[in-house]
Unconditional design. Structure first.
Length: 291
């Protein structure tokens, strides 16, 4: 399952879903939480459940963002959408791995009821949306067997701590949110799951999005949340290795394969060691290239 571009789609909008399904996102996240008004929750569940019944082949993974535990709506969400065709759920406002354990037990029961193989539905987590969550990021390692990714969010965290803003005039995150971003990255790496950068709010600013995505990939993120279909192409491009990167990675992997006892090698006049080999292997794995 590739988690490079993950596009949010309101769970009560058939029109937006129809557009989103064709833009090339790796994951569509049908949202039952913030983008759906309280009066529309039941209608959104019914629509998402109906979409899951469509057995036509699709080129993207089907995720659903459920409502958080403190709303009392989580079980109703899961009861409606855990059925064949569901690839994963996104858990918002999680306070740590204990919330994922709890969700995992619910999924066990709902999968059994739906006659699905145990563990079919994977879990991604918005891991920084509460103050308590910030002190529990280390709890995700070792990872729950269903956990595939961690992402972070700034808006709910800002509301929880009483912030009046989260960015400097130049668009850079202020320090509390730099901490959240970095800690999410470390937590994902520690758990061995995908680190997914948060959304870029100004969907009209393509240059800003690309610049931010390049920075995120440089730092170690492997994918990003999208909030508009027009963002998907840029995210896919920025989080995919270039032809030159793939060629360099193949060269490094091949050189170490030819000298398996070596810890350091000279390649084209530059020295490479085991961290470079691991980075090259990750680059190839991102595209399924093993050579």
């Amino acid at each position: 399952m590739r988690l490079r571009s993950l596009l949010f789609v309101p769970g009560d909008s058939a029109r937006k879903f129809a557009k989103a399904a064709g833009v090339g996102a790796d994951v569509l996240i049908l949202d039952l939480e913030d983008s759906v008004a309280p009066s529309q929750k039941d209608a959104a569940r019914a629509m998402v459940a109906g979409l899951l019944d469509d057995t036509a082949p699709r080129a993207w993974a089907f995720f659903v963002r459920v409502n958080p535990f403190d709303t009392g709506l989580t079980l109703a969400d899961l009861a409606a959408v855990v059925k064949p065709g569901l690839d994963g759920i996104l858990v918002p406002k999680a306070n740590g791995a204990h919330d994922i354990d709890r969700i995992g037990h619910y999924l066990d029961a709902f999968e059994q009821k739906a006659d699905m193989p145990l563990g079919s539905v994977k879990i991604a987590v918005v891991a920084t949306e509460t103050p308590a969550a910030m002190f529990a990021l280390g709890s995700y390692a070792p990872a729950h067997s269903r956990l595939v990714g961690l992402t972070w969010g700034a808006e709910d965290l800002g509301a929880a701590i009483g912030a009046t803003g989260n960015k400097h005039p130049d668009g850079a995150w202020t320090f509390p949110y730099q901490v959240a971003r970095a800690q999410c990255l470390y937590a994902a790496a520690g758990a061995g799951v995908a680190p997914i950068d948060t959304l870029f709010a100004d969907f009209r600013d393509t240059e800003g999005l690309e610049r931010s995505c390049r920075d995120a990939r440089r730092d170690g993120f492997t994918g990003r949340i999208a909030i508009h279909p027009d963002q998907v192409a840029a995210i896919n491009r920025c989080f995919s290795p270039s032809d030159d990167e793939l060629a360099d990675a193949r060269k490094i992997v091949a050189a170490f394969a030819a000298s398996p006892e070596a810890g350091t090698l000279g390649i084209d006049g530059k020295m490479y060691d085991i961290p470079h080999l691991k980075a090259a292997q990750r680059t190839l794995a991102a595209t399924g290239d093993k050579a």
